[in-house]
Design a protein around this ligand. Structure first.
Ligand code: CP3
Length: 345
């Protein structure tokens, strides 16, 4: 049965004019109504685990801009939290975790409490599936094991991932144990989101580009391949989008080997190459530079037009190359939405 939702039709391989669109981090601090709800919720994690408020902040950008997809409001770091690692979000600092640096630390993680801890997230998904407009698709998501592992091992964001890479190379068995736990936890978590009403899945591998080729194949492609296989096998018909940010020419191997239905392109991916090499293999999504949404004006229009011209001739979902940043004026997002909706091919 063909879906009536443009986002899902595009993921099934249809070329749609104007293309469906949504934006990574479409809910967030650039919206005053998000900041108000966030204050009401208390901490960021309190917001992620409050289904009523998480539904509300997911809907906020849909009301303003009419996106074709809603993405569950949560975070990739709820999974470590659900495995028993201490996770907090510090104001102005970002995530802070009790770092996992040894075999004993990995022993301390526990899969058995995951679904109980994630119950409010599943409740948010099921609330959203009833609350979103009939033509809007609902995206569930998780961080990819490598990206989640970097935060778990570093204990925070990082520039060079020195601790994560050191564990990977110096204690390969411990690192593999952590990664295998994350592959299993992430697979279960995504299946539960689908059962609660998620119609498509996106896997965020924000730090994929930090790994050399051999390790990229082992710890970016292989886990994504396993997750895609599990979802396709256990919940057939639910499409998966992969986002191996910074993968460069390894985007091609990622698409071919993981069998993702869609691939999200970061802003550095050349458009003509993506149209020629990736788009015949799967739906492409992307890849406007998020800073153009801060710059606005003619630079924004020209950037949008370049992406549309290069990618809208095949299966395509318009998005950014990475998430919206807080200084983005909401008017510029409205400008982008209008320009895409007016596109005639
Ligand atoms: C690496 C990563 C994280 N989280 C995420 C990623 C992968 C995608 C990417 O690279 O952007 C994914 C994410 N985070 C959030 C969503 C919600 C859905 C959406 O896109 O609208 C999604 C899909 C909300 C959030 N996640 C976070 C916020 C801001 C928290 C706040 O309101 O104070 C939001 C709205 C916090 C967060 N969460 C994370 C960091 C490093 C930070 C701190 C930096 C920052 O504040 O932007 C981890």
């Amino acid at each position: 049965m063909t879906s009536t939702k443009p986002f899902l039709r595009a993921l099934a391989g249809e070329t749609i004019i104007p293309p469906p669109f949504w934006l990574m981090r479409q809910a967030g601090r650039y919206l005053p109504e998000y900041r108000a709800t966030r204050t009401q919720a208390g901490s960021f994690l309190d917001l992620c685990y409050n289904p009523e408020l998480a539904v509300e902040v997911t809907l906020q950008p849909l009301r303003r801009f009419g996106f074709d997809a809603a993405i569950l409001f949560s975070d990739i770091l709820v999974v470590p939290d659900g495995l028993g690692q201490h996770v907090a979000f510090k104001e102005g600092e970002g995530p802070v975790l009790a770092p996992i640096r040894s075999a004993r630390d990995v022993d301390g993680l526990d899969l058995s409490g995951l679904h109980q801890r994630m119950a409010p997230v599943y409740a948010t998904v099921s609330g959203l599936s009833k609350a979103i407009p009939a033509t809007t698709a609902l995206i569930g998501f998780a961080g990819a094991p490598w990206t989640v592992a970097t935060y778990m091992i570093e204990g925070s964001g990082s520039k060079d991932f020195a601790n994560a890479k050191r564990l990977m190379w110096s204690e390969p068995e411990t690192f593999a144990r952590l990664m295998n736990l994350l592959i299993e936890a992430t697979g279960q978590y995504l299946i539960q989101q689908i059962d609660a009403g998620a119609e498509a899945i996106q896997i965020f591998d924000t730090w994929a580009g930090a790994l050399p080729e051999t390790e990229f194949r082992r710890w970016v492609i292989e886990p994504a391949r396993q997750l895609v296989e599990r979802i396709h096998c256990e919940r057939p018909g639910v499409p998966v989008i992969g986002f191996p940010r910074g993968a460069g020419i390894l985007y091609e191997a990622y698409v071919t080997e993981t069998k993702v239905d869609g691939v999200s392109l970061d802003s550095s991916v050349p458009l003509d190459w993506a149209a020629r090499v990736l788009q015949p293999k799967c739906t492409v999504q992307g890849n406007l530079d998020p800073i153009l949404l801060v710059a606005g004006d003619e630079a924004l229009d020209a950037g949008i037009d370049r992406v549309l011209k290069a990618l809208a001739k095949g299966p395509f979902i318009f998005n950014l190359g990475h998430g919206i940043i807080p200084p983005t004026p909401p008017e510029n997002v409205a400008r982008l939405a209008e320009r895409i909706k007016a596109f005639k091919g």
